[in-house]
Design a protein around this ligand. Structure first.
Ligand code: PEP
Ligand code: MN
Length: 466
């Protein structure tokens, strides 16, 4: 007898929300207090979904358009989101920056832009080692606010943080929704483009041209009343995080009505398992082993998903990953997030593209460039940084390689913040090593600040316009 509560969609054979537990789990947390863990998991299972299947399906449709080359995907946010960032100012400045960048990209690429924040749940971090040396002492590494705290006396794994993560995600998303529906994205307001820092006159002239164009266009739309549509006052901003902590992800994964095939329809998949912790989740570079727990968990959820691909990804792994994660070959279901580093991208990306585009998966994936994670370096005394020039170089090479290969670079994946941090070197402000200590606040990877992020958007736009 077939269990009627199980979805019968393609590719779910043998899958249950906890089938990942029978596989080896990388980055697995060993909680000292199992009783407290069980209590937190039971509480999470009872709490309502954070996002709705209807929103997940809408994002999937947008990503299908990206895979077809009809739209561009902008994804960005902190490396490690902290519970502390769950406050009005930090949320608003990130929304505004993503919006401003997307306007530049729409102008440049002449395409719709799909926006996804690394927000409202980006709390779990993979680490190269579970222990680290601080002031000559071995202490547990900081693994993200959902697992432990950055302060040295909070490094023990605490299962109560799982429930706290749920509430901080919900509060963040609640404010994102409230801000968007109350006009934060309202384009009639003058935008502060703040180009004062750009020293190079040629660059400044180029940016001013773009800003003048956008300002004129918005003023014109206002004059003729074309900005009175709801579309200009609100925009979609979807949420995402790395699906690292499977215990948490499992609790938020629910069997729900498929909005595309209501219960009354004759389709087989009237219900699907949706991971309601975020609209989009990705598998990190350290957890994408085909026979391990993360791939097992991800193959059963209906959300659009990402997979990080880098220098350690054998060409031969890519098709088995796609066949496991997307056996129905849905367009836009999988985003391949490539992150090689400026020095390696030229040698590695072409073969990865060919593996996909010469197969039955041609034109089904979204190719997205993450120019951050292959370009991390340590400077003076072990401070982690990234050079803006390396970030831009990887992006530029990626754009060129896709053009040569006849594929479409559908998006970028960035670590950024709306604050004036000094974590990445260079950019038109010309930050150097001595500037890093001025406002370095990341507890994990270095992020682009507002000016550097906007500058990158201008550079991408410029590529499309030339
Ligand atoms: C990240 O996106 O913060 C991350 C850890 O990336 P990767 O898995 O590509 O190293
Ligand atoms: Mn990171």
């Amino acid at each position: 007898m077939v269990d009627p509560t199980l979805p019968t969609g393609l590719g779910h054979a043998g899958w249950t929300p906890d089938s990942w537990r029978s596989k080896p789990v990388k980055q697995n947390p060993e909680y000292p207090d199992q009783k407290a863990l069980a209590k937190s998991l039971a509480e999470l299972k009872k709490l309502p979904p954070i996002v709705h299947p209807r929103e997940i399906v809408r994002l999937k449709q947008h990503l299908r358009d990206v895979a077809r080359g009809e739209a561009f995907l902008l994804q960005g946010g902190d490396c490690a989101e902290l519970f502390d960032y769950c406050e009005q100012g930090a949320i608003e400045s990130k929304i505004k920056l993503l919006l401003q960048m997307s306007l530049v990209l729409i102008w440049g690429a002449d395409k719709r832009v799909v926006r996804i924040g690394r927000m409202a749940g980006q709390y779990a971090k993979p680490r190269s080692s579970p222990m680290e040396m601080v002031d000559g002492k071995q202490v547990p590494s900081f693994r993200g606010d959902i697992l432990n705290g950055f302060a040295l006396d909070e490094r023990e794994l605490d299962p109560n943080r799982l429930v706290k993560a749920y509430h901080h995600s919900s509060a963040t998303l609640n404010y994102i929704r409230a801000a968007l529906s109350s006009g934060i994205a309202d384009l009639h307001r003058p935008l502060d483009w703040g180009l004062g820092h750009v020293r190079d006159p040629a660059l400044k002239a180029k940016y001013s041209e773009a800003v003048n164009f956008l300002t004129d266009m918005l003023r014109f739309m206002h004059t003729i009343g074309a900005d009175k549509t709801e579309k200009l006052e609100t925009v979609d901003l979807f949420t995402s995080h790395e699906g690292l902590l499977l215990e948490y992800e499992q609790c938020l994964t629910r069997l729900l009505d498929n909005p595309l095939h209501p219960p009354s329809s004759p389709a087989a998949n009237t219900k699907e398992y949706y991971n309601t912790s975020a609209h989009f989740l990705w598998i990190g570079d350290r957890t994408r082993q085909i026979d391990h727990a993360h791939v097992e968990f991800f193959r059963g959820i209906a959300n659009p998903i990402g997979v990080k691909i880098g220098p350690t990804t054998p060409v031969a792994d890519i098709l088995p990953l796609l066949r496991t994660l997307n056996p129905a070959r849905e367009e836009g279901k999988i985003t391949l997030i490539t992150r090689y580093g400026a020095a390696l991208v030229g040698g590695l990306l072409p073969a990865h593209i060919r593996a996909v585009e010469d197969s039955e998966y041609a034109r089904t994936v979204v190719w997205q460039c993450d120019p951050m994670h292959g370009n991390t370096q340590s400077v003076g005394g072990g401070v982690k940084t990234r050079a803006f020039s390396d970030i831009f170089s990887e992006l530029q090479q990626t754009l060129r390689i896709h053009k040569e290969q006849g594929s479409y670079l559908g998006g970028v994946h960035l670590e950024l913040t709306g604050d004036a941090v000094t974590e990445c070197l260079g950019g038109s402000e010309g930050l150097d090593e001595d500037d890093l200590s001025t406002n370095y606040t990341s507890f994990c990877d270095p992020r682009l600040n507002e000016k550097q992020a906007l500058e990158l958007a201008f550079l991408i736009a410029d590529h499309y316009r030339c």
